[in-house]
Every structure is written in C-alpha cells, then in structure tokens.
Ligand binder design. Sequence first.
Ligand SMILES: C[S@@+](CC[C@H](N)C(=O)[O-])C[C@H]1O[C@@H](n2cnc3c(N)ncnc32)[C@H](O)[C@@H]1O
Length: 419
Amino acid sequence: MSGRQDLDRLRNELVDQLRAAGVVCSGRVEQALRSVPRHLFAPDIDPEQAYRDKALITKWAADGRPISSASQPRVMAVMLEQLQVHDGQRVLEIGTGTGYNAALLADLVGQTGQVITVDIDDDLVEQARHHLATAHITRVNVVCADGATGWPAGAPYDRIMLTVGAWDIAPAWVNQLTVDGRLVLPLSLRGAQCCVAFQRTGEYLTSVAIAPCGFMPLRGQMTNPQSILPLGDQSGLFLYFEGQRTLDTAALYTALHAPAELLATGIRVSATEVFDGLALWLALHQPDLAQLAAIGPATQRSMVPPLLSCPSNIGTGVLLDEQALAALVRLNQHGDNHDWSTTFELGVRAFGAGGDHLAHQLRAAVHQWHANGRPATAGLRIRAYPPGHPTDEQSVAIIDKHYCRLVLNWPPQPHYHST
Ligand SMILES: C[S@@+](CC[C@H](N)C(=O)[O-])C[C@H]1O[C@@H](n2cnc3c(N)ncnc32)[C@H](O)[C@@H]1O
C-alpha cells in the first residue's frame, strides 16, 4: 500500500510527463492536476493505478461494455486546455462519472466560480458526491439528470463540457451557453470521435481546437444512433457503424478465423498518426467505414488480428459487406504496441469471400491520405449550423445530424512525409 507522499510523487510525475509531452500547456491546468488526488475518486482501484495515464473503468453494462470511468488523464488535460476556464466562471459538466473532472473544474473556476455536473445514473451521482466530500472539494453541485437537456436551472454557463461521447449537438447545450461561451465535447464525425472546442458565434458554432479522443457514448435521449453488433458468442469482438446494414455476423466471425489475404501498403506510421489523422481521414472519405473493436479478454487473443491498437484503444477501421471484411492491421510488429511513437508498416487484411475487393479499396484510401500530406486532426475546421442551413462553402464533408449541419474543412498540410 502506498503512502500519501508516494501518491503525491506519482501524481506529480504523471503531470510532469503530460507537461513534457506538450499536453498540459497552461499553469492553471497543471496546478489543478497537481492538486486533485485522483485516487480518491476511484477508491476501489489500487491507488497507484490512478497515476498511470489510463482510464479507470468503474461501471459496465450487462454485455460487458464500459459505461462509466474516470477518463484518461491525458484526454482530460487536452479538453481542459481546450475549455480555457477562467476564475469566477460558471461551468456545466455532462458526465459526472467519478467526479474527478468536476473536481479539476472546481479548482479552475476558483473561489468565486461554480461547477454543476450531471450524470444519468443515480448510483454514480451518490458516489461522486462522496468522492468530492472525501477530497474536501466544495463548490460542485452534482445532480442526477439526462444531460441531453443540459441543466436549465443553472444557465447560462460560460463553459459547457461533455465527458461522454455525443453523436449530435443538443440545442440545449448551445442555448444554455452565454453569447460568447465555449462548448467542448467528444463529437462523432462519421464514426471517428474528436474532442471539439466550439466558440459560439451568434446562431452557429465555430471550432477553435480539435483533438482525437475515444469516449463511451451518451445514454438517454441523445443516445448515439450508431449500431453496435457483437461478433460470436461473448467473444468480446464488436462492430460499430453508422446507420443500418444487413450483416451475417456468424459468417463474419468465422471469416475472422480463416486464413486471410494480406496486402502491404508500403506506408509506415506511428499509432499517433493513425489515431490523430488517418482514422478521421478514412471516416470522412470512406463513409461506409466501420470499426472492429476488441473489449476485455478479446484483446489478449491471437484470434484478433494485430489490429491497429493504440495505447488507449483496441480497434481498427474496417470495410464490410454482408459476409466479408477488410481490416487495417499492423505489419512487422515487434514488441510493445502500447507506444505512440514507434513506427510500423500498415497492412490490410481481407477476411471472407469478396474481402480482397474491400481490401484494395481500403489500401487505396490509405495511399490517398499519405499523398495528401497525412493530414492530422488538429488541421480540421468545423462549423456547426442549424439543420438545413444553406452553405456554398467549400468543404471536405457536410454531415447532417438531427439538430445541426456540420461543415468540415481540412486545409492542405504544409509538408509531405516520406514512407
Ligand atoms: C467517461 S464517464 C465521465 C468521466 C468523469 N467526467 C470523471 O471525471 O470521472 C461518462 C459518464 O457519462 C455518463 N452519462 C452517460 N449518458 C449520460 C447522459 N445522457 N447524461 C448525463 N450523463 C451521462 C455516464 O453515466 C458516465 O458516468
């Protein structure tokens, strides 16, 4: 069991790493991360684990998918930097979870500010209140509600932050912002998820910062319309995609076990480039792209092809038809795949009859991303208009949601990489 001083040291080491990596840039966010004891927000987990840069899962659905956690510190830091909280502000968080991020927000708003945080599950709300009290953090009001409607009683807010994945932008989140307020949320862009910081400009929102992320989806009224199909019986493999498709999941599961054709791409990448660029490019340019994800024990089995697992995320982009699929894989993988910077060659593996055709399509899309200068997520610009808003802007994609029209632009990148 670690003593308090050991835990303080581990916490400071984690913040040092995030600072050195350029994830934490402001003194305010640094101070908040140094002062809030994360281990008090996940008391059932070994306290040393709280100071690794990992999400701590705290609640699961019956099918094994995680539905609550203390999010990964790196991602919290990115979002808090995007949020740019000032002293005395009123902040609404949607997705209380353990209460840890609400505690960071309380530090950022200072003595004169206020934080309201909502969670859809009353057991989580009770636990978060308890964690906050244990950490002696006041000025946080924890309420049980569906965050789809924000929390009108406390509006307007200078800042609204979701720590749970959204497919759409609820009107309440925009309406409850002050006129120049800022909304930060993990937003699904055709299946790729990005933390987007939006500034309100009249009736529309303009992105001011974008980074890749991977949050569990909202439940309740704003449930993500994404389909999630398990493959096999309790295998831990899931397919995620937008819209409806006719798929023979038994045939796809069998195909994943059979010998598969492998196409090399000749392109070397790091996990960072995949997670922070290629994944979004493929989602925007291949609207039929789906995700094959491994959860729990499935991540350990060799049956799962060496998918493009990133340190925080075991899953890969796939093109599918009813009985076949093509998946991005790592080639020549040696050693640790929990490293963001080591490069490896990308390959495409074809599973099932007809998978080779899909594999060629996927490989061509990877080559296109490379030929366009390997755009990274941060270069993307998004405007969110009311639905049906006429637009003659040039765009790489227009994505129509129920409550908004997203217009996306990705200016060309300044330089090209070599393979
Ligand atoms: C990743 S966790 C949030 C982590 C949290 N901010 C922390 O610091 O521990 C996502 C949370 O969103 C909550 N959630 C899901 N749908 C919601 C909704 N419609 N309204 C409010 N909370 C929701 C889940 O219950 C879960 O606790």
